[in-house]
Design a protein around this ligand. Structure first.
Ligand SMILES: Nc1nc2c([nH]c(=O)n2[C@H]2C[C@H](O)[C@@H](COP(=O)(O)OP(=O)(O)OP(=O)(O)O)O2)c(=O)[nH]1
Length: 166
């Protein structure tokens, strides 16, 4: 899978036991809850891109983000996403729900996100979120057939994976 292109970033911002999610206004995953993020621009590092996209979509200027692994979505083609976690300091508040051009931002608890009865979450997030909170940096690979998830596998990333993100 060495030839997978990683055009996207995605950030999960945490405060206490809550994560800031976006109920998306547009495709992909229109109407679903996901982290914030978007496309990396030419000559931009993934880390710079995730900080820029987070600011554009939430108004939050993150001082620090942590690389949290990668996601590969395999359907007819494979597309890669750089994952990040960020802790929002407790004295920095974001009043929600907040309607923006991109959708509705709101803080959601881990239990709410992972609840098996919650069908409003983008399906891959439920699988990889618990794994990126604990354990080593991984590549999370999702296989789809006709938009249905058929397989989910994880591989631990090599130590030099961090070099490509800054
Ligand atoms: N394209 C695509 N993106 C996905 C999938 N699953 C998933 O979590 N994502 C993430 C990666 C990005 O964080 C986000 C899609 O990016 P976007 O459409 O909001 O961003 P963009 O930069 O292209 O658009 P914009 O912010 O300039 O409007 O969703 C998927 O199946 N396809």
């Amino acid at each position: 899978m060495a030839d997978v292109h990683y055009p996207y970033t995605l950030c999960l911002i945490r405060q206490d036991d809550q994560f800031l999610l976006l109920n998306r206004q547009k495709q992909p995953a229109m109407g679903m809850w996901n982290g914030v993020g978007g496309k990396i621009e030419p000559n931009e590092t993934p880390t710079a891109a995730v900080i820029r996209e987070t600011f554009e979509e939430t108004g939050i200027a993150l001082a620090e983000v942590r690389f949290a692994g990668t996601v590969v979505l395999r359907a007819e083609q494979a597309v890669g996403i750089y994952l990040y976690l960020a802790d929002l300091p407790i004295d920095q508040t974001l009043a929600t729900p907040l309607a923006t051009r991109e959708g509705i931002l709101d803080w959601k608890s881990l239990n709410w996100i992972l609840d098996p009865d919650n069908i409003g979450i983008i399906s891959n997030l439920k699988h990889y979120l618990p794994n990126i909170l604990n354990g080593p940096l991984c590549r999370h690979t999702f296989d789809y057939n006709q938009h249905q998830l058929t397989d989910y596998t994880t591989d631990v990333l090599p130590e030099d994976a961090l070099q490509s993100i800054h």
